[in-house]
Design a protein around this ligand. Structure first.
Ligand SMILES: Nc1nc2c(ncn2[C@@H]2O[C@H](COP(=O)(O)OP(=O)(O)OP(=O)(O)O)[C@@H](O)[C@H]2O)c(=O)[nH]1
Ligand SMILES: [Zn+2]
Length: 358
């Protein structure tokens, strides 16, 4: 018998073994390094696979239970499960986290999903396509510490998807772009690079772009209800309300998120800087450190716009996202202060005008 020693040779294949139950759920060194062997048996690791009103559904090696709400955890989180006091289960440090300010004016932060490896930013090759929205979602992914991939659905309905792909490529050099038909077999092959065993992926995008269709395609089922065929309507109706993890036949975990149409950017300055690193690099070369890239002499950004190598619309979108982020990141008190300062400004302008008119 000829033995295969290749695994022991430099560059040889590592010995293959079946993933453990925990690895199948996405467990890996990033989490294992946070605990010692004693804790591992006393408080076994479990992953939050769904968030319900009644509590968190957690799954581990031989564990599948719902624990009452309590731990500051969200779907995708890893907990060290304390059977005696489930509410005290420790949340392990996350690889990535998507969060947002709770709707309203407070500073309260809502956790959306944790430990996602890849976010598929989804839009379709039709009226839904919007570069500003892609930039916003990509910034959000970068900020959360997640690798984004842009997925353009409904390529089958477009006469030629190429212009959409080219527009999407301009969002960032660091973000791959895939155009496909979300129905049927195509997504499993087209997204295979990111949907590996033990990896966790999620879809972000407006209602009706095909997130549920993509999820079903990866799962090989029709488990997720999709909207009826409404090709003439790019808006679509909101159909997804769950937030849970599903396993694909290939062992990848897919998070099904509610349509996040109103997703605002908060505390995402670094993510925005990552998306617009071309403009940020130029801005660093402006003569004045506080250059607003308008009419200042020695403005590197305006020079490039004049050479036609930067789209002024992209500069405008960068400004808009920065302003949105700054506003959303300020506290309620700061916002009141801004409003007050603005009110004062208006009042003094009105008074000055009245004085002049007198
Ligand atoms: N022809 C074609 N139809 C698609 C494609 N992707 C999605 N659709 C259709 O578009 C409609 C909306 O798709 P969904 O998967 O429900 O969209 P969604 O993003 O999950 O929508 P919400 O749940 O509201 O967030 C469905 O009728 C799908 O069959 C595609 O690539 N090609
Ligand atoms: Zn400038």
């Amino acid at each position: 018998m000829v033995r295969d020693y290749s695994a022991f040779l430099p560059g040889g294949k590592p010995p293959r073994r079946e993933p453990t139950a925990l690895e199948g759920l996405g467990w890996g060194p990033a989490f294992a390094s946070q605990i010692d062997a004693g804790a591992l048996t006393e408080t076994p690791p479990v992953r939050v696979v769904a968030v319900h009103r009644s509590g968190l559904q957690v799954v581990g090696d031989g564990i599948d239970e719902t624990i009452p709400p309590g731990p500051e955890a969200t779907v995708g989180d890893w907990l060290l499960y304390d059977r005696a006091r489930p509410r005290s289960s420790r949340v392990l440090e996350r690889k990535s986290l998507i969060k947002r300010r709770a709707p309203g004016t407070g500073r309260e932060v809502q956790l959306i999903a944790a430990n996602i490896d890849t976010v598929f930013v989804v839009t379709s090759c039709n009226q839904d396509f919007n570069v500003a929205r892609l930039e916003r979602y990509v910034a959000l992914a970068f900020e959360a510490g997640i690798e984004p991939v842009i997925v353009l659905t409904k390529a089958d309905l477009a006469e030629d998807p190429t212009p959409y792909v080219e527009e999407a490529r301009k969002v960032s050099d660091r973000v791959p772009v895939v155009a496909l038909d979300a129905r049927g077999e195509e997504p499993t092959a087209a997204l295979a690079d990111w949907c590996k065993p033990g990896r966790t992926v999620a879809f972000l995008g407006s209602s009706g772009v095909g997130k549920s269709t993509l999820t079903n395609a990866l799962l090989g089922t029709q488990a997720i209800a999709t909207q009826g065929i409404r090709e003439d309507d790019a808006r679509g109706r909101h159909t997804t309300t769950r937030r849970e993890l599903h396993a694909t036949p290939g062992g990848c975990l897919v998070l099904d998120t509610p349509g996040m149409r109103e997703l605002q950017l908060t505390d995402a300055a670094a993510g925005i800087a990552d998306v617009f690193e071309d403009i940020e690099a130029l801005a660093a070369k402006c003569r004045f450190a506080d250059c607003r890239h308008e009419t200042e002499p020695g403005c590197a950004v305006q020079t490039v716009i004049e050479n036609d190598s930067l789209d002024p619309a992209r500069l405008a979108r960068w400004r808009k996202l920065q302003a949105e982020d700054a506003f959303n990141s300020s506290s309620l008190a700061e916002r009141r202060e801004k409003d007050r300062a603005f009110g004062k400004l208006v009042r003094s302008a009105v008074k000055a005008k009245a004085d002049r008119d007198r």
